[in-house]
Design a protein. Structure first.
Length: 560
């Protein structure tokens, strides 16, 4: 069957890269001419002229995409951040003295890993670029980096063919190398067209490495041993490859221009195409049966119906990431497009739009199975509670968490938006181990969690929609045990007994027994969002004998 191809020139001759935006509405390309071009993918717009962005001064080597932003990097050593919708330049994330080869978002979008012509990987905080974590261990220049879709590991490759796996939250603290794979990938210099691509499968179960033997090796998570090999498809070195959104397929390309589509479970090639020149970039559409690739002529090609589904009865490449329709969301929350409090999904900054939630380079948030929406990955027990939640509780929880219920017109919600999770390990003193974390709140706005640090805790507030609110954190000397998050602000609280524990921990100075202290009152702390001048933060201590329990507190953040 002849491939259904649509080809057009995007850049001057030379290395050219390509990525779909997270929602598939556009294709982003970048090339050796230092230009970025954005093509619309809708059928009535795809032949229109591309939007051109000129922010780099030298060849562009890498593109990374997330839900609301995308980033580019290249030989000029800078990493630029852009808004997906407006295509406006937001800021310069990194300025390096050496060429940047690869960039990659963390699953949450809060960090960017940068591989440049150095032996050290650098991990930058997107919100505060002054926060940089250097990751050292490679002996030659780093070529590729990619975050684990679950956010625990980072994989990297270097010019000497070495592949390393880094634990981003190791028990020893900081980042540590958990394994080194020195003999699988071919060596190459930093300017080679062989990109040294290493990439996680979207479910995080394994990652792929191109081998010296022209095969693709799949390395199992945690055991870090090869569990299968995709062989027999290529006779030349593999330049780059990309997983399909659901991980069923893998597209690989070679120095001769050959593209192979692999059925990973069957370990066989199910489709192929021979391009006139070497392929340098490749990307799957996040929700359609389409593959895009770019070559060293500067040409971009889209391959429609890349998986021969009808011919061979094969599943769709993004089937597991199908969108949730408006009707399905209405059934889930019960009250139709507009709920009983007048809140419309379409009026809330698109927080509940039907965009595909898969993130390609930066992680994969599979929303197709709502029963597995919460995963009890730290043993805290909240997954069991979530399994029993009913539709009525979901509606009350969604409405309460968005701050739209007027006082006196609601049934009391569950404590603080389903309650906080417990610490997993508690010492005999009654305090958790340092580094232990617990979740204080989770809703459609975002998540609040705290990490115990001995003399204090660090509270982290992370938002799903970062285009509306920036993540923030603060040092907490009262060890807040509950929280709630709404559109206008966040509120934190702690019982008096918890305050007493915090005081004892600070006063003990490392002694086995905490020194006696006066019991402090229960506290509440409110912090507004958006920096409104007429809505400053405040805190209060409750009178003696009164306690914050979470059962009788609801934020009415809709009041202006």
């Amino acid at each position: 069957m002849k491939p259904n191809l649509n080809q057009r020139y995007a850049h001057a001759e030379g290395h050219t890269v390509v990525k779909y935006t997270a929602d598939g509405s556009a294709i982003i390309t970048a090339g050796s001419d230092s230009l970025i071009r954005v093509f619309k993918t809708a059928k009535d717009e795809r032949d229109a002229a591309a939007t051109t962005i000129d922010k780099h001064s030298e060849a562009i080597q890498s593109i990374a995409v997330h839900r609301s932003t995308f980033a580019t990097a290249g030989d000029d050593g800078i990493v630029c951040l852009f808004d997906n919708s407006s295509l406006d330049f937001e800021k310069m994330l990194v300025r390096s003295t050496s060429a940047v080869r690869t960039i990659n978002y963390s699953p949450s979008g809060s960090k960017v890993a940068v591989a440049c012509d150095e032996e050290t990987i650098r991990m930058f905080n997107v919100s505060d670029i002054s926060i940089v974590i250097p990751i050292k261990g490679h002996k030659r220049f780093v070529k590729c980096v990619e975050f684990d879709p679950k956010g625990k590991y980072l994989i990297s490759s270097s010019c000497d063919g070495e592949v390393r796996v880094w634990d981003l939250d190791s028990a020893e603290g900081g980042v540590s190398c958990v394994t080194t794979l020195p003999a699988i990938m071919p060596t190459s210099d930093q300017d080679s067209n062989i990109r040294g691509t290493v990439s996680w499968r979207p479910d995080g179960s394994c990652f792929a490495i191109p081998g010296k033997d022209k095969d693709i090796h799949l390395i199992a998570r945690d055991s870090w041993q090869a569990h299968s090999v995709l062989s027999g498809g290529h006779d030349e070195d593999i330049t780059t490859f990309s997983w399909s959104p659901n991980g069923n397929y893998l597209a690989s390309a070679t120095t001769s221009g050959k593209v192979c589509i692999w059925d990973v479970s069957e370990k066989q090639v199910i489709a192929q195409y021979r391009n006139a020149i070497e392929i340098s970039g490749i990307s799957w559409h996040p929700s359609l049966n389409i593959l895009a690739f770019t070559d060293r002529y500067g040409q971009m090609t889209t391959w429609e119906d890349v998986i021969p589904m009808e011919e061979r009865s094969l599943p769709h490449p993004a089937l597991a990431n199908a969108r949730i329709s408006d009707e399905e969301v209405d059934v889930l929350f019960g009250d139709g497009p507009q709920n009983r409090n007048g809140y419309s999904r379409n009026n809330h900054d698109n927080e509940m739009n039907d965009e595909n939630m898969d993130n390609d380079d930066d992680g994969h948030d599979d929303m197709s199975d709502m029963d597995d929406f919460l995963i009890d990955d730290d043993g805290a027990g909240y997954a069991e509670r979530s399994a029993n939640r009913g539709g009525q509780h979901n509606r009350a929880l969604a409405n309460a968490s968005l701050g739209n219920l007027p006082f006196g017109q609601f049934e009391a919600p569950k404590p603080f938006q389903s309650g906080s999770t417990p610490f997993k390990d508690i010492k005999s003193s009654g305090l958790p181990e340092e580094g232990e974390r617990r979740y204080l709140a989770f809703n459609m706005m975002g998540v609040i969690y705290t990490i115990f640090q001995g003399t204090h805790s660090v509270v982290n507030v992370e938002f799903h929609n970062k285009s509306q609110n920036r993540n923030f954190h603060f040092q907490d000397y009262f060890n807040y045990s509950m929280a709630a998050l709404g559109r206008k602000g966040a509120v934190f609280a702690v019982e008096s007994s918890k305050v007493e524990q915090a005081e004892q921990a600070r006063n003990s100075d490392g002694e086995d027994e905490a020194q006696p202290t006066t019991t402090n009152p229960s506290r509440i702390y409110y912090r507004p969002l958006g920096g409104l001048a007429d809505n400053s933060e405040w805190s209060m201590r409750l009178p003696e004998g009164e306690e914050v329990t979470g059962k009788h507190i609801l934020m009415d953040l809709s009041v202006k």
